[in-house]
Design a protein around this ligand. Sequence first.
Ligand code: NAP
Length: 487
Amino acid sequence: MTNAMDEKRVVEAVRTGLFIGGEWRESSTGNRLDVEDPSTGEIIASVADASVADGAAALDAAAKAQLSWAATAPRVRGEILRTAYELIVERADDLALLMTLEMGKPLAESAAEIAYGAEFFRWFAEEAVRISGRFQTSPNGATRLLTMQQPVGPVLMITPWNFPLAMGTRKIGPAIAAGCTMVVKPASQTPLSMLALAEILSEAGLPDGVLNVVTTSSTGAVMEPLIRDPRLRKLTFTGSTPVGRRLVEQSAQGLLRVSMELGGNAPFLVFADADLDRAVDGAMLAKMRNGGEACTAANRFLVHTSLAPEFSARLTARMAALQVGRGADRADVGPLIDAKQRDKVAELVQDAVDGGATVTTGGKATGDRGYFYEPTVLTGVAPSARILREEVFGPVAPIITFDTDDEAITLANDTEFGLAAYAFTKDLTRTLRVSEELEVGMVAINQGIISNPAAPFGGIKASGFGREGGPEGISEYLETKYVGIAP
Ligand code: NAP
């Protein structure tokens, strides 16, 4: 159990204004936006609620800082990220508690996100000094071809509530490394982690105006003018597919560079030759990381008929053993983010049950306050069930069976989404086949977790485009310029 005084201390330590041009300020209207603890429904803090004018001021600051920031030595940019990485690690316990209070996930999950999120700063600190170009002689020998990479320019970053810190660091890290300035808009439900991060970057020596953070409840009204402003050069968004589609439309006007990390509907395939122990461990990770509120979460468990009874029984036992409760009190599973999300999970389970599915554990909301839902396993789910098409974003594992590899791959690809997929098999030929034929941006073989700061994270189809992390991550923030030089 955490101490109530610690909870109060970490919340009160956060500066809750808008961070614009290196200064903390109130919104021009003086309005505030409440932040709730989803495990109790209580208001724990309030942050400045930016107006359209405040959004414009943030872009002014980013645009003003762009030239000098682009000219800052790569080593200096890298060292700022490295210092910020160290500060995050040093303050990991407080940052984890803060995240748990605003988002609900258990402390261990928050600590894992802090470690994962910090790694993007470490990785991109190392990438900042590896931005390179090329020199060539043209094929006819008449000229010399020089290519260089330059920062894209001011970037707008919009992030979701499910990973309040890491979804920010994997955009901010490469932008800083590449020499881009930015306006960041965290999700209204979880702004505190991002505000704490802004303070850390400021302490690490980030020049004024490079990072600007705007919190607002008038999200569309404040964001759209920025997206349409000709000074903005890139938009990067992590969130739901419908909002992503709208933002792509808005960005067409300015022909912005765009990265979209959108929803998922990951299949989890267990082939007949799978190591069942590893498959069940992997299933728990792929399903229950972040309480199922992850875009990479396994949403459809496709299990070979021969293994299905045992896999279902073992997954049911593991899910039933999880303690549901307040994340700050060290439960295994915290609440969902809000009542709407909890009710959507309940609705999708009810729809599956109406279609003939069996609930082997869980199957209902729980707790006398907050937004809790029991870890749930469903078997015998009909192919028409909504839960197989829509992202559940909660602790529910629907199991369906298959007989052949062809059938498994067809079922896995039968979704508009294409973010992640998991497959358990000991067979190399099958591993290669599923890796090649699954229509996703990322495939995890014999492991239940795919995210890694050193690897390109991202999707295809309705899961979006663009990659975050790995060497690919920084290229999203760089433009290639070619110079022809006559000798
Ligand atoms: P969301 O409603 O799309 O919100 C995401 C962000 O977009 C929030 O900051 C939100 O601000 C903002 N937003 C909402 N409407 C907007 C508008 N009209 N213009 C500009 N910004 C707008 O998604 P969510 O429910 O928070 O997040 C869950 C979704 O994110 C899931 O579908 C999940 O799969 C996806 N996700 C994807 C990845 C990935 O990398 N692929 C990672 C994590 C999550 P407000 O909070 O102020 O509304």
